[in-house]
Design a protein around this ligand. Structure first.
Ligand code: HEM
Length: 481
């Protein structure tokens, strides 16, 4: 009998779905497909077979239980082979190098050790409060700086310089990287055979290598800086320091080591920033929710005590609110594509080797059966016993799918969840986030950037201190930090 075909829109005979799939906000197109064709949909895009999964149980089966086969990434000639010299974790195919790098990440970022970063989170979030109190109009810049500085400190054990040079340099790399990995960004990734052409016919190759050299220069400078500081400060604690300690055991070249530390920065900055910006939008749109969270915070912390991690479990509504941010506005809504290494069969469908499998987080978070009124921001949904998933910091990452699946699941998830928690609770403790006269048209979840990650486009808000006493506590806290 004939093998059933995976449902999907009819392809064009020559170009498949290439012309149908929008390159902006692709997740909204996936949402349409989900309603039309169901939770497993197939597309052919620029020669690639793509399967979009919208039901978490399919993603858990394929990317989780069958992770030995679905943990690779589609090879990218430009961004993978030349720009990253196959050393960049996010793009690595499944294999020894990936396992080594994931192990390094795991050592640094597993739940048992993320407690060690609470001091950094404490200090950086205080600085965020100070910045918001001092120049509230620049709020989105402050949120970006907070996220960047935190991951930077984690990686290199020192805060970002105030001159903004390192920040600008890494943000430049990040912007390139996001552009260069986007499907269709480089012709050679649609037609890898072009890689056989000699250099004089392939100016893109020299360009990618130039980018690589620039990245290596920055990342090795930062990582070597840590090495020299370690000689003076034996107890120095940061990602790069741990990697230097383990360099021989883990068999890492200095260049690879530098890339690993750099990867944390690349993967952690934009996603964390986006999540915080979405939080601001949610607060403007749902003032009642904000008030309820503030009442809860006020019942534990008065104006002279800055909220602390130690009381996380005493703030169940805030806990649910953080989970709801991850659900309502996932920072990577389209989901990161995984890639299969062998032919497989699932529910009677053939999934050939070399298929891109995309867990569409957006669709999973808008499944009305699991999340009724899914477009409404409502922390209440995480307060029912079924969805609560415990209340330790690690369970902030449960009950939603914002951190991906299987062996490629976000290794920074525990750190990220605590970062968002402390930022959210402290901001709500100190400020009211109110609509701005000019903001009405802009405060709309549809008004966002598009790419692997998504953030709201800039919109004005009023950030108003809740009392002079709160501001004084922030100032005092900052002086002592
Ligand atoms: C709110 C913040 C964050 C969100 C929403 C987020 C989400 C994600 C998602 C959806 C993936 C793809 C998972 C998959 O392929 O199935 C991912 C991968 C990754 N994340 Fe995060 N992330 C966040 C913060 C961080 C932080 C702070 C770090 C590091 C300190 C980090 C490091 C990484 C790395 C290295 C990968 C690639 C893993 C791999 O390819 O094996 N992330 N993240």
């Amino acid at each position: 009998s004939k093998t059933p075909q995976i449902p999907g829109p009819p392809p064009h005979p020559f170009v498949g779905h290439t012309l149908q799939v929008p390159t902006v906000k692709t997740w909204k197109y996936f949402e349409k497909l989900y309603h039309e064709y169901g939770s497993i949909v197939k597309l052919t895009l620029a020669g690639d077979d793509i399967i979009v999964l919208s039901d978490p149980s399919d993603a858990e089966e394929l990317l989780g239980r069958r992770s030995h086969n679905y943990s690779s990434r589609r090879p990218l000639v430009y961004a993978g082979k030349y720009q990253s010299k196959d050393q960049r974790l996010v793009l690595l195919p499944y294999g020894e190098v990936l396992k080594r790098q994931r192990a390094a990440f795991h050592q640094m970022l597993q739940p048992r050790v993320v407690g060690a970063y609470e001091d950094m989170q404490d200090m950086e979030s205080l600085r965020l409060l100070l910045d918001l109190a001092t120049t509230p109009a620049d709020w989105s810049h402050h949120c970006g700086r907070f996220a960047a500085s935190l991951v930077f400190t984690l990686s290199y054990g020192q805060r970002l310089n105030d001159d903004g040079k390192d920040l600008a340099a890494v943000q430049g790399i990040l912007a390139n990287f996001i552009r260069d990995t986007y499907p269709g960004a480089h012709f050679v990734d649609t037609f890898p055979i072009l890689d056989r052409l000699p250099d004089f016919l392939s100016p893109w190759r020299a360009e990618a290598k130039r980018k690589h050299n620039k990245e290596v220069e920055l990342y090795t400078r930062l990582a070597s800086g840590v090495k020299s500081r370690m000689e003076k400060d034996l107890g120095m604690e940061c990602f790069a320091a741990r990697l230097w300690d383990q360099q021989e055991k883990m068999n890492l070249t200095p260049e690879e080591l530098s890339y690993i530390a750099g990867s944390a920065f690349e993967a952690g900055t934009d996603t964390t920033t986006g999540t915080i910006l979405w939080f601001f939008m949610a607060m403007v749109l749902y003032p009642e929710t904000m008030k309820r969270a503030q009442e809860e915070i006020d019942s534990i912390f008065c104006s002279d005590t800055v909220p602390e991690f130690s009381r996380m479990n005493d703030l169940p509504y805030c806990f649910a609110l953080v989970k709801e941010i991850f659900r309502w506005a996932p920072a990577a809504p389209g989901g990161f594509p995984h890639y299969s290494d062998a032919d497989d069969e699932y529910q009677g469908y053939i999934i050939p080797k070399g298929t891109m499998v995309i867990p569409c987080i957006w669709n999973m978070h808008h499944n009305e059966a699991e999340f009724p009124n899914s477009y409404t921001f409502d922390p209440e949904r995480f307060l029912t016993s079924k969805r609560r998933n415990g209340n330790g910091a690690d369970s902030l990452t449960e009950g939603h799918y914002g951190f991906g699946f299987g062996r490629r699941k976000c290794p920074g998830q525990y750190l990220a969840a605590k970062t968002i928690w402390i930022a959210v609770v402290r901001i709500l403790w100190a400020f009211n986030i109110e609509p701005h006269n000019d903001s009405s048209g802009n405060v709309n979840p549809e008004n966002c950037t598009s790419g692997m990650t998504s953030k709201p486009n800039d919109f004005p808000v009023n950030i108003v201190p809740r009392s002079a006493a709160h501001v004084e506590t922030i100032m005092l806290g900052h002086e002592h930090a």
